[in-house]
Design a protein around this ligand. Sequence first.
Ligand code: AMP
Length: 430
Amino acid sequence: MSAPKLKAPRGTFDVLGEQATMRATVEAKARAILEGAGYERIETPTLEATELFARGVGESTDIVQKEMYTLTDGGGRSLTLRPEGTAPVCRAYVEHGMHKRPQPVKLWYLSSFFRYERAQAGRYRQFWQVGAEALGSEDPAVDAESIVLLGTLLAELGVSVRLRISSLGSPDSRMAHRELLQTYLREHEASLSEEVKARIELNPLRAFDSDHEGTRAVMQSAPRLLDQLDEEDKAHFVEVCALLREADVAYEVDPSLVRGLDYYTRTVFEFTSDDLGAQSGVGGGGRYDGLIAQLGGPPTPGMGWAAGIERILLAGTPPAAGAAAPDVYVAWTDLKKPPQGGQGWPRGAVRTAAFGILREARSAGLTAQMELANRSLKGQLGQAAKMNARYVAIVGEQETVLKNMQGGGAQETMATDTVVHTVLRRLRDL
Ligand code: AMP
């Protein structure tokens, strides 16, 4: 009886072949754009103290309430697989005293994140995000620069998007608006969905996000935070918008824009793609001026975003870089049947010489591959052609035949120890 086959857990997937090379393209573009704008790469641990997300992301959010993968380790500590990247980056900023560096400190990451969500196309339980955080400046130019950088990245990857933007103001105006909104929602309770009703106390803003028809109708005339901002927040938002126009970025002000994390203040934004169906969010973020203090650091403003790699790949057209074609494919001619039971692999002189050429070619800086599947000579040549190899070195007992795969198959015979030298010379002469 054979053992049952195992599958990757629901909502997770293997990254294979072309997908892997397209991801490499996304990463290379992100690195070029973000590092060109002064962002440094950061890697934080996959596991963090659960408290970081409880305090950072917010107890009332879906993420903390029902989507975290939390475990207790051998020492009795509660740890959580990171569901997002901003809180860990802020934790690192505080832990490493980055407020002593010239501000703003700009950091970027590309990592995997974990949320126990209802898995469907474009929504997974392990997914990857590229993200950028600028910490230590409340200048509206930081907001505009950050949004422009994500817009540029998406455009270069062929993702066509729409940008929505709003402002959530300061904690004070948020609080005043929250009370106003709660009163309004209670007055219209009969038309609201059960879920929204249950959240009037804890998170009334999420009502703007509801798909429920009755709730949507009620929300049409709900008091909007954008209309209640104080003068400073209003001026900040006006300046962010002016800078975006200056940069020729098209956007739509959407006062109903709320995001699933509690830490946002002032600017919030989202890029959506009409090519994605229900999961239309490609990336988004905003300002979080209270978060670092909330995590025990000095009061420090921050602004950042995250974009989903899988959604970028679904909506965009990043070119697959393609596996590197070998400069030389090392074939041989003393094929013997593979041994039974792994005993006594044939180690003829030809095979040893072929292995030597492989190593010599690689240390000379060539890309090289060698026959590893005991194919017939015809099969080896076919394999070399499939890999798009430039040259095939067919190692024989006495000498080696070098075949130019891209020059009409021209062949020359030479001493085996001159093969690498010859390939190098031919490639240099091209
Ligand atoms: P968030 O961290 O929730 O603001 O999400 C930022 C971006 O990450 C979204 O716009 C999506 O592109 C992506 N994202 C969030 N959650 C998931 C998920 N479960 N699966 C795939 N992508 C996700």
